[in-house]
Write a protein of this length. Sequence first.
Length: 89
Amino acid sequence: GNTTYQLVSNYGGDDSWIRRDFNQHKDMLVTVDNIYLALLGRHLSTVEKEQITGMISSRYQRQEDDFNRELTQDIVWSILNSQEFIHLY
């Protein structure tokens, strides 16, 4: 609901931990992997890496070394609504 929307809409803001994380390595795949680790307690699977790599190289990503807030928000929203997340928490 509204709480999830507020959480996700603020995710990836200029002073967020995930933006600072991205600024250290400039790699969206590493950033997404760190989101998975923070929210699910695990790294991306091989299949997930392939899917995310496809998203990064598609319309979601402007340039390889750009932070993509929209992509991080979409991924966080998906994780928060996943069965895996619901069963963990």
